[in-house]
Design a protein around this ligand. Structure first.
Ligand SMILES: NC(=O)c1ccc[n+]([C@@H]2O[C@H](COP(=O)([O-])OP(=O)(O)OC[C@H]3O[C@@H](n4cnc5c(N)ncnc54)[C@H](O)[C@@H]3O)[C@@H](O)[C@H]2O)c1
Ligand SMILES: [Fe+2]
Length: 370
């Protein structure tokens, strides 16, 4: 049985200039990024490659239509795709590394085989998705009203590049949603039946860095997040290694209909369902890995096992405000629609649950969080 797969070579640089020189960015490269990242640091380096500003193609998280619109403007055959941005930009770039990916819906339905024919370099500017380490691209399929993940060998990056300097411009709200996403990757993958001693090494270390970092921020102030960029970027990367191997599960599955329908940021929609899923796991199977996780939490938060979840909740609520599902505009009728959508579209994730969920359980969780 496979123990661990880490496909991309990981690089770390103190400054963007070092990365640009080492990778010799230039003709034949397509740089997918955002203008606010490009202008201050890349423009003055006169790269000589084609540059796409993703935000010109629509706001919010990536969709099939957005990706197709970029492709219409940049159909050329590039040698390398370089992506510098948050999960939105990195996930779009994974498709561009493929020989064929349009129409995107056909790729996601398995009608187009995802064959890679370009080099792919991924540089994250948030500390959440760990997408630089995974072969997954998550897109909203506009016509279907949900988000769907596609995992394919051809979508691994060749190089994952960590440059903490790029996170300095992150607003606290994005720091919060993205780091909570990384925390949830680490927790879900460590509780997954596919977890093993090696994936848990990465998962639990990511949890340690993130929760220690949050406690440090709460002891000082939000500016502290900037000086912890490197720690959070590494935590997100480690969580990416952990879930890239052991998978995410019900938290991500239940969050997708909410995120897609009400345009809730990925980390925030995960956070909206996180405590509900965890409570049900504990209710259904209190022994097993979840007991080890609870003891680990207690040691990090300096409390007893019984107080661990309450303390975790208290910390997270100070980093990211918690809302009920109705506060996002969700209606009570949508509880069953969402449950059906999860069962129809998210089996890839539900397969990694700590305990299997049936339709009634999913409805119960949505109801408790409503
Ligand atoms: N492929 C995977 O393995 C994987 C895993 C988790 C999530 N995702 C996907 O990633 C997306 C979310 O990614 P994200 O949380 O990184 O957010 P994001 O890429 O959507 O960015 C959030 C916001 O922050 C801004 N931003 C990003 N970097 C910045 C910086 N350095 N300075 C200032 N502003 C910056 C963006 O412009 C955007 O407005 C979702 O679509 C989610 O489904 C993918
Ligand atoms: Fe995620």
């Amino acid at each position: 049985m496979q123990e661990l797969m880490v496909k991309p070579t990981v690089y770390r640089y103190a400054a963007v200039r070092e990365f640009v020189e080492d990778f010799a960015l230039g003709a034949g490269d397509l740089l997918i990024t955002a203008e606010y990242i490009y202008k201050p640091v890349f423009e003055k380096l006169h790269l000589g490659c084609d540059v796409v500003f993703q935000e010109k193609y629509g706001a919010g998280e990536p969709s099939d239509k957005m990706t197709e619109a970029i492709y219409r403007d940049f159909p050329n055959d590039y040698k390398r795709i370089i992506a510098v941005g948050g999960g939105t930009i990195l996930d779009i770039a994974k498709l561009f590394a493929l020989e064929r990916f349009v129409p995107v819906e056909e790729l996601y339905d398995g009608k187009i085989v995802p064959r890679k024919n370009k080099k792919l370099v991924l540089v994250p500017t948030t500390c959440g998705t760990g997408s630089e380490m995974t072969n997954i691209a998550i897109l909203a399929l506009d016509a279907r009203g949900t988000k769907k993940g596609l995992a394919a060998e051809g979508m691994y990056a060749d190089s994952a590049v960590l440059i903490p300097e790029l996170l300095e411009s992150l607003p606290f709200s994005v720091f919060a949603t993205s780091s909570v996403d990384a925390l949830i990757h680490a927790v879900e993958s460590s509780l997954s039946p596919k977890a093993n001693a090696t994936t848990k090494l990465f998962g639990y270390q990511a949890i340690r860095w993130i929760l220690n970092g949050y406690q440090e921020i709460l002891r000082s102030d939000r500016e502290m997040a900037k000086s912890l960029s490197e720690q959070f970027l590494l935590a997100s990367n480690y969580a990416g290694i952990a879930f890239g191997n052991a998978g995410c599960a019900a938290v991500h599955a239940l969050s997708y209909p909410l995120g897609a329908k009400y345009h809730v940021a990925h980390g925030e929609s995960n956070y909206a369902v996180f405590s509900g899923v965890m409570r049900n796991y504990v209710e259904m199977k209190p022994d097993g890995e979840i007991a080890a996780f609870q003891a680990f939490l207690a040691s990090l938060l300096n409390c007893t096992g019984d107080e661990a979840y309450e303390n975790l909740d208290r910390i997270l609520r100070q980093i990211l405000p918690h809302k009920r599902l109705r506060d996002y505009g969700m209606t009570e009728n949508e509880i069953t629609d969402f449950a059906n959508s999860v069962l129809e579209n998210q089996q890839r994730l539900l397969a990694n649950n700590y305990v299997p969920f049936d339709r009634e359980r999913i409805i119960k969780i949505y109801r408790e969080l409503y």
